[in-house]
Design a protein around this ligand. Structure first.
Ligand SMILES: [Zn+2]
Length: 146
C-alpha cells in the first residue's frame, strides 16, 4: 500500500537535503582551499630551492652567480644536470622551465645578482619566502623559511 506524504513533509525533506549540501560545502571548501594553498607554497619553495641548487652549480662552474633565470635554465639544460640534484613533489617533477614563476598566479620570481656575481637574491612575489637578500650579501643561499 502506497503511503501518501503531506506536501509540507516533502518540502521539509528538500530543505534538509539543501541545507546538508550547504553545510558540507561550507565545511569542506575552505579546507580544500587551504590544502591547495599549502601545496602551491610547497611547490613554490621547491622551485626556489631548485634555483639555489642550479646557482650553486653555476658558481662551481663560473666562480659567480648569475641572477638571470634565462642563463640559469640554459645552463641546467646545457650541462644536463641530473634530476637527482633537484627537488620534486608528488604533483610536480623537476622541470627547468618551471623555475621562472611561482605556481600561484604564475607570477615571475624576483631574481637578480650583484654585478660581480658574488651573491644573488630570489623572492616569491606572493610571499612564499625568499633566498638571499639584495641588502644582505652575507645571506647568500640562505632560505627564509628554514
Ligand atoms: Zn610562491
Amino acid at each position: 500500500m502506497a503511503q501518501v506524504k503531506a506536501k509540507g513533509s516533502i518540502l521539509l525533506e528538500i530543505l534538509i537535503v539543501v541545507l546538508t549540501v550547504v553545510l558540507v560545502y561550507t565545511i569542506y571548501d575552505p579546507a580544500m582551499k587551504i590544502r591547495a594553498e599549502e601545496e602551491l607554497k610547497k611547490i613554490c619553495r621547491f622551485r626556489m630551492k631548485n634555483i639555489r641548487q642550479a646557482e650553486l652549480k653555476y658558481f662551481d662552474e663560473y666562480g659567480k652567480y648569475t641572477g638571470n633565470i634565462d642563463s640559469l635554465i640554459a645552463f641546467i639544460k646545457a650541462k644536463n644536470l641530473p634530476d637527482s640534484l633537484f627537488f620534486s613533489t608528488v604533483s610536480e617533477k623537476f622541470n627547468p622551465d618551471s623555475l621562472r614563476r611561482c605556481p600561484k598566479a604564475q607570477t615571475f620570481y624576483i631574481f637578480g645578482a650583484d654585478s660581480a656575481g658574488k651573491y644573488y637574491w630570489l623572492e616569491c612575489p606572493v610571499g612564499h619566502g625568499f633566498i638571499g637578500s639584495k641588502d644582505k650579501p652575507e645571506d647568500v643561499n640562505k632560505v627564509s623559511w628554514e
